[in-house]
Design a protein around this ligand. Structure first.
Ligand code: ZN
Length: 563
């Protein structure tokens, strides 16, 4: 294998792939025995993995430089052709599902995999191709609107990301000004964002209607592979968060208010955990990577091997640059069994959060690839995948001195607080989206009111002093998942509570907890949600008392610490 920068990209030959699909479907329909059928399908997936690898390379490179016209054109090529390709692929899926050797497929790849194929059958439909293409264009327009936003702040041209650093400034007037500049940026494009979101909502509803779902909510649940629970379970989960977690967060923010010596904790104070400033990682990107390598070698044999591989093939793009896509993510190159980590380091502790979080995803995929029989089974559904990443953030606490020196304890406290206090917000984003798709005709003003209502009940501590825009419910606009990844957010809340359970166990028996984590990573996507949880000794959160059991040890630990 080569370093990432040396991987040669070439546009996949669509005609060749279409021929491969037709040929595979034909072989599957006429296979004389299970062995032939399985071999044909495995061969097909190996060849299509090469296509997916080229897609991932183009996607990663287009995000590394959003102004690069070559990869922008390549991404347009994929966006225009993928919907038709997935419809064509239905002939292969159909041949598997109706195969006389279906049982052999189930035995080999698991029944959850077959269930996913059935979903893919329902979701890929010629009828919605125009909407899918339109959706991709609108999503790109949204990303451009947000990427184009910048403001001059204290003599520096700042985008949303660059402002984050100032938003934690120990000087209250500076962080207030940074938060105000940040919200002003969103307000200045809010009409455009409202229009883009309304169009996306209408499009998504139209797709659901064409496919025969009662609403987009049911379609989204199927897209996310949520087979083991329903919107009603999730609504009950949010109510439990309101009942159990919201009061703990309110108490933690009250402790923070006293620590900061302020009369009221305004929204621009929430990010500053310690009056003298939040801990920041020391060193250059290269030094942080060296520290991470040392840490992963110490954590376990498996993580050491994994991180050495990532470094050897330079499977990272970490520093922030003009023109780079916002945020952080982990991608995967199936043909090479190689993950890739993307981030926008900005000199705050979030750099370490992203590094450990995305490394959790990367490690899980790197590990699963060795155990699952098919590259489709490397990832599970998101409520499981996010356990991999969020648990890794917590399991690396013992080595935080490598990044933060004597501020390590403060970092871990602030990080754990944030893990807990963000849960009501995650539920807010989820509740908002349910409301939007229950009432897709809502006006922008009604949507803001709906957001504010959820926010006030889940996050009663939130005080938007001085910002009419946010006071009236404008805060939802800053969440890119709402625009780009509908209904992907509650997954983080479900996963965080499972990560808490594993972390609680880790604090008493590191080895045993590590083995449970490893079992979860190895399972990949081979099992259903509840079954995967079970494989790591985790209780589904919809059982009575499960949320309390997961959260109370952590809440106690934090309230007692009050650093
Ligand atoms: Zn993640």
């Amino acid at each position: 294998m080569q370093k990432f920068s040396a991987i040669e990209y070439h546009r996949p030959d669509l005609a060749q792939i279409h021929a491969l699909i037709d040929q595979t479907a034909q072989i599957l329909r006429t296979a004389p025995d299970a062995e032939h059928a399985l071999a044909a399908f495995t061969d097909y997936r190996t060849q299509s993995a090469a296509f997916e690898t080229m897609y991932s390379v183009a996607h990663i490179r287009s995000t590394m430089d959003t102004t690069d016209p070559f990869y922008e054109a390549e991404m347009n090529f994929f966006h225009e052709n993928l919907p038709a390709l997935s419809v064509r692929e239905k002939t292969v899926t159909q041949a598997v599902l109706t195969s006389p050797f279906r049982d052999a497929f189930a035995q080999h790849f698991g029944t959850p995999w077959l269930r996913r194929l059935e979903s893919a059958q329902r979701l890929a439909d010629e009828a919605i191709i125009p909407e899918q293409i339109e959706q991709a264009k609108l999503e790109q327009a949204y990303a451009k609107t947000v990427a184009g936003c910048s403001v001059s702040f204290r003599g520096e041209t700042c985008n949303f990301y660059a402002l984050l650093r100032h938003m934690q400034n120990p000087d209250r007037s500076i962080r207030r000004a940074a938060f105000t500049a940040w919200s002003e940026l969103y307000r200045s494009v809010s009409d455009t964002l409202d229009e883009q979101y309304s169009a996306l909502v209408q499009l998504r509803c139209r797709m659901a209607q064409k496919l025969g779902y009662p609403s987009y909510i049911e379609m989204a649940y199927e897209m996310h592979g949520r087979y083991d629970y329903s919107p009603a379970n999730i609504a009950a989960f949010r109510d439990e968060v309101r009942r159990v977690i919201t009061p703990v967060c309110t108490e933690l923010f009250e402790q923070q208010r006293r620590r900061l010596h302020v009369d009221r904790l305004h929204w621009y104070d929430e990010a500053l955990v310690f009056p003298q400033g939040n801990p920041v990682p020391r060193g250059t990107v290269a030094q942080l990577l060296d520290a991470a390598q040392k840490m992963y070698r110490a954590l376990s044999v498996q993580t050491g091997e994994f991180f050495d591989f990532m470094k050897q093939y330079e499977l990272f793009d970490l520093p922030s640059r003009p023109g780079k896509h916002m945020g952080g993510y982990c991608s995967y190159l199936p043909s090479l069994n190689a993950p890739f980590i993307f981030s926008n380091f900005n000199g705050t502790s979030a750099d370490v959060d992203v590094l450990t979080h995305e490394a959790g995803h990367a490690f899980a995929s790197f590990t699963a690839a060795k155990f699952v029989p098919l590259s489709d089974l490397i990832w599970s559904t998101n409520e499981i995948n996010e356990i991999h990443s969020m648990t890794m953030e917590l399991f690396t606490y013992p080595w935080m001195d490598l990044f933060f020196g004597e501020q390590a304890e403060q970092y871990c406290y602030a990080h754990l607080c944030q893990c807990l206090c963000v849960i009501p917000y995650l539920c807010c984003v989820d509740e908002f989206q349910h409301k939007v798709f229950e009432n897709p005709a809502m006006t922008p003003a009604q949507r803001r009111a709906a957001w504010r209502q959820s926010e006030q009940s889940l996050m009663p501590w939130r005080d938007y002093e001085g910002s009419d825009f946010l006071q009236s419910g404008g805060f939802w606009m800053q969440k890119q998942h709402i625009f780009l990844y509908p209904f992907y957010y509650i997954d983080y809340a479900l996963a965080q509570l499972c990560a808490f359970s594993l972390f609680d166990a880790y604090q008493t028996d590191r080895q045993a907890a590590w083995q449970r984590y490893l079992a979860l990573c190895r399972a990949g996507g081979t099992m259903g949600y509840f079954q995967t949880l079970q494989s790591a000794g985790l209780t589904p959160l919809f059982q009575p008392g499960a949320i309390e059991a997961a959260v109370i040890p952590i809440a106690r630990q934090l309230l007692r610490a009050n650093l």
